[in-house]
Design a protein around this ligand. Structure first.
Ligand SMILES: NC(=O)C1=CN([C@@H]2O[C@H](COP(=O)(O)OP(=O)(O)OC[C@H]3O[C@@H](n4cnc5c(N)ncnc54)[C@H](O)[C@@H]3O)[C@@H](O)[C@H]2O)C=CC1
Length: 430
């Protein structure tokens, strides 16, 4: 869980209906805040050592939590690094926890999709404080430990309140549920050489809640080699239809130091049509404002097109509205360009929708003007006249370096940061 606490500037709008101001965390004394701040340099220096020890102990004492954590991120060290960064950032913002509201929303939505419960927090707190004490040694006296206990409690209260709000909202939504619901794969559709769409239908055949375009679900599969379940988040790649969900998953092979995707391979290889899996309610605050009539520029790299297809289809389904959409997509080539024919058809049938597709290289049979428009990576000099529009909102999803590059380009073209919305699933370290 807290491994996703990545407190950086993301420019995500505050979209969750439950607001941060409804939360009343238990306070810290001035002295406790000073003490927490005094530990910032030590956290900066020893943070990863602390959090690595923390995870090791936590999972030794509570092996059931392996069902909740992404074990690959443990092995690659991403999770300890992200948590260390988060603890440090929390200490830096101890005087103004509201500065963390964007991160609390993003992480809270992810926690809710994983079924994190209030009684998980004391367990995490106990092991985190023990690891801080062990690594920093005599520097951590009782006063320091008490200050960190109070600080941790404050943060835990914020998350618990936020997540309880999401759960309550979820069960009140028609068709909603809490925790995992059993689904089966009702259809498997290859979308490119490496992406397969999975249509997921609830086993109980009951109605599904409607969701907002851009939201994701967690799916959970049993991984025999680990002896535990592993959850992963996937954006919903179609518009809401109350009958089934669609996720579109890229198969991740091992590459350089990155291990093969544990769940993406299980899904592609070992989950035929008819197979069952656990699915969470839809969550996530990277969502399209469906009531806006101003232009939407949907920018995606590779498999990052999944939430964009949901947004695009939702916009065009709204009768009587001709909201302008520019769909900017970058792929390595046509063989890995998913949902290509859907996009071609949507553009042909909807004069308010236009597209610009970049391929890094041309594969055999890729046709200029039909499959793609430009060779290379997204080049704003080539598309700014078409894609920089007054009052537009810009939605970005794709590999981290792709998102960083597009964000930077948009800002340098004068787009206001409030208009730029990014989906951030990964850690800040990739
Ligand atoms: N929200 C998230 O955190 C997402 C993360 N990812 C991660 O990214 C990985 C790669 O996804 P793929 O579909 O294989 O994408 P990819 O590696 O095929 O890249 C897609 C396109 O993005 C562009 N791109 C890549 N790096 C760039 C850079 N540094 N600057 C500018 N443009 C760049 C290129 O045009 C490339 O063709 C996934 O395996 C996943 O782990 C992908 C989608 C969403």
């Amino acid at each position: 869980m807290f491994a996703q606490l990545v407190f950086r500037r993301l420019n995500l709008p505050w979209l969750a209906r439950r607001t941060y101001s409804s939360v009343t965390p238990r306070g810290l004394t001035m002295q406790q805040k000073q003490i927490v701040k005094s530990t910032i340099p030590a956290l900066q220096e020893h943070g990863v050592t602390i959090t690595t020890l923390f995870y090791k102990r936590l999972l030794e004492k509570h092996p059931d939590l392996k069902n909740v954590f992404n074990v690959t991120h443990q092995a690659t060290g991403e999770q300890p690094a992200a948590l260390a960064h988060a603890v440090w950032a929390y200490a830096v913002n101890i005087d103004q926890p509201k500065a963390l509201s964007t991160a609390v929303s993003r992480i809270g939505h992810k926690h809710a999709s994983l079924g994190i419960m209030p009684d998980h927090y004391p367990i995490v707190g106990e092991h985190l404080l023990a690891a801080i004490k062990d690594v920093l040694g005599p520097a951590v006296n009782d006063q320091v430990l008490d200050a960190w206990k109070a600080a941790y409690q404050q943060l835990a209260d914020i998350f618990i309140n936020f997540e309880q709000g999401l759960y309550q909202q979820g069960v009140k939504t028609p068709g909603g549920w809490k925790g995992w619901r059993k689904f089966y794969v009702s259809k498997k559709v290859p979308e490119s050489d490496e992406i397969i769409s999975f249509h997921l239908t609830p086993l109980d055949k009951g109605v599904l809640p409607s969701y907002q375009p851009g939201q994701f679900v967690s799916v959970r599969c049993y991984v025999p080699e680990l002896g535990s379940y592993q959850p992963r988040q996937y954006s919903l790649s179609d518009m809401s239809n109350r009958i089934n969900f669609r996720i579109s998953v890229k198969r991740e092979f091992a590459k350089d130091s990155k291990p093969a995707g544990q769940i993406s391979n299980v899904l592609h290889e070992s989950l035929p049509e008819g197979a069952e899996l656990d699915v969470s309610m839809p969550f996530g605050d990277f969502i399209l404002d469906i009531n806006a009539s101003t232009p939407a520029v949907l920018i995606s790299g590779g498999v990052g097109l999944t939430p964009m297809m949901s947004m695009l289809k939702t916009i065009i389904s709204r009768q009587g509205q001709a909201r302008q959409v520019v769909f900017v997509h970058a792929a390595r080539n046509g063989r890995v360009h998913a949902m290509k024919s859907d996009l071609i058809q949507i553009v042909a049938e909807n004069p308010s929708v236009s597209r610009v597709v970049f391929y890094e290289e041309k594969a055999e049979n890729d046709t200029h003007g039909l499959d793609y428009d430009h060779i290379g990576r997204v080049d704003w000099a080539k598309i700014k006249d078409k894609a920089i529009l007054p009052d537009a909102d810009y939605y970005i999803c794709g590999p981290q370096p792709f998102m960083k590059a597009q964000n930077k380009n948009l800002e340098s073209l004068g787009v206001s940061p409030e208009r730029i919305h990014m989906e951030v699933f990964g850690s800040p370290h990739d």
